[in-house]
Design a protein around this ligand. Structure first.
Ligand code: BG6
Length: 504
């Protein structure tokens, strides 16, 4: 997983995108394919077939995507490379529940096999609304388009949300498995495509010095913050149904928890890594209703200032009810019941319209004993904090105490910092490149297995149930441009701790 380049390469194949006229295709998937082509990581025998209800021909689809790539590519577009890619792009118009769509798709794929040598290897990307996931897979089954042979493979990438609670996630897996084997299902979580998220494993397991102190003897607590400055960005309809918890926690944030908390896997083989991730998720102490009240906080943003811009309240966003009770912020305290983490709380929080966009993990170590400084002016010893910054800055920093110059003993807090871009430069990335490439190469390490998804939902479903039974009365409870509701600060103050707010 850290560097599989010696063992993995993408084989000849065609990618089929269901929902090809949507936002994800133009903003992420096509730019990611272009970046892969630039890095020479796409197979030479390759084609893309977009399927959507929009009235595109292959020709007009190419024109539209060409317009879009100039908007969404990171940097200038190389015309020669783009024309290589766009020649391999086709469109099939049709409804996802109409058998005729799949007949047309079959023709397009036969053509790709003949003209682009894609050899009957196909992967399908379900970039559709979730209610179509099993509809599409059913049809792929009926038309044998999902059937593998000795000489060709077929895989399906399923976007989030994978279910909306434990029962629906299990039901979806059951539906998909009527047609597909588990090894053909690639449940995507774009957080695992982020370099700095993958780097958590490299940092922990490629260095000798951190692992021995990565446990309850040395760590006081862990904080995970996924703060977004954007609001719901016109996705009010989706968000009213989802809310911040479903949108971010069982998927993205649980990935971060599992990578920070897991035991070392025996190898980077997909199941070895995922077994350890699943184990740590399964060790999270379940919430009973009292715990939900004591250890979780929900919030909704009101109006406020984001820098110089005045922003509307969530309830004033398009397609949001004026009395909406949907949360746009969540904070919670998790306990992990295993030998490594017993007694070390993991505090998580995520929200929209927070003061700044920052995703980071802070590992706070136990304080040193003050014995030696008893007779000095030093009043308190600050804890060491290791911060893994995921975005927008990507890097790692370690906070420690240093003597401030002068003839009396005084301490200051200083930072040792590593910044990704300074060392390695910046390579354009949407976060999807690695994941698409891995799927083409048949490496599922960075994709979620059914048990991992279910473990995430198993932890969160009791929270959703209690929240549903006890609707909030105090929304909105934080201003746009703040660090979230006061209750979230209280959650840590009760434990004599406080959130670490990174500000640029
Ligand atoms: C998506 C959520 O999965 O992740 C969005 O649906 C959220 O609401 C986004 O904004 C955050 O992703 P990133 O990569 O910007 O942190």
């Amino acid at each position: 997983m850290v560097d599989g380049s010696k063992t993995r390469s993408a084989t000849a194949c065609a990618m089929v995108i269901f929902g090809a006229a949507g936002d994800l295709t133009r903003r992420k998937l096509i730019p990611a394919l272009y970046n892969l082509a630039k890095e020479q990581l796409l197979p030479r025998d390759f084609a893309i077939v977009g399927v959507s209800r929009t009235d595109f021909t292959s020709e007009t689809f190419r024109e539209k995507i060409t317009e879009d790539i100039h908007k969404y590519a990171d940097g200038a577009v190389d015309d020669e490379l783009w024309s290589w890619l766009v020649r391999r792009l086709y469109h099939v118009k049709g409804e996802f529940d109409d058998p005729a769509t799949y007949d047309k798709l079959k023709e397009a794929l036969d053509k790709a096999d003949t003209e682009h040598g894609t050899k009957g290897n196909y992967f399908y990307y379900l970039a559709t609304a979730p209610n179509f996931f099993s509809v599409v897979v059913d049809h792929l089954g009926q038309t044998k388009l999902a059937c593998e042979t000795d000489s060709s493979w077929r895989r399906v990438i399923v976007e989030k949300p994978f279910g909306r609670d434990l029962d629906s996630a299990r039901a979806l897996t059951h539906e998909l498995q009527k047609t597909l084997k588990e090894k053909q299902i690639y449940r995507i979580d774009h957080y695992l495509g982020k370099e700095t998220v993958q780097n958590i494993l490299a940092f922990r397991f490629a260095n000798g010095i951190f692992e021995p102190i990565w446990n309850r003897r040395y760590i006081d607590h862990v904080q995970i913050t996924v703060a977004e400055s954007v609001g719901v960005e016109g996705r009010g309809g989706y968000y009213e149904e989802a809310g911040a918890l479903r949108d971010m926690v069982p998927n993205h944030i649980m990935q971060l928890v599992s990578l920070v908390g897991m035991e070392p896997p025996v190898s980077f083989e997909a199941n070895a890594v995922r077994d350890e991730q699943a184990k740590v998720l399964n060790a999270i102490q379940p919430f009973n209703p009292e715990d939900v009240l004591a250890r979780t906080v929900r919030g909704q943003y009101g109006e406020g200032a984001m820098g110089s811009e005045q922003c509307p309240a969530y309830r004033a966003e398009p397609r949001v009810a004026a009395t909406s009770k949907t949360e746009t912020y969540v904070a919670m305290k998790l306990n992990i019941d295993n030998w490594r983490w017993a007694g070390v709380p993991f505090y998580l929080r995520t929200g929209k319209r927070m003061k700044e966009r920052h995703t980071y993990i802070s590992i706070q170590f136990r304080r040193a004993p003050k014995v030696l400084f008893r007779d000095t002016p030093v009043e308190t010893l600050a804890p060491n904090i290791l911060t893994l910054q995921i975005q927008p800055e990507e890097g790692i920093s370690l906070q420690f105490a240093a003597k401030t110059p002068g003839s009396v003993m005084k301490l200051g807090t200083v930072d040792m910092e590593f910044n990704y871009a300074d060392y390695f430069g910046k390579t354009p990335s949407t976060g999807y490149e690695r994941l698409l490439h891995d799927c083409m190469a048949g490496d599922a390490t960075l994709f979620q297995r059914a048990d991992m998804v279910e473990a995430g939902w198993a932890i969160m479903t009791p929270v959703l149930d209690v929240w549903k039974a006890l609707p909030v009365r105090n929304f909105p409870n934080y201003a746009s441009g703040s660090w979230g509701p006061k209750e979230a600060d209280d959650l840590l103050t009760r434990d004599e701790r406080r959130w670490r707010n990174l500000e640029s």
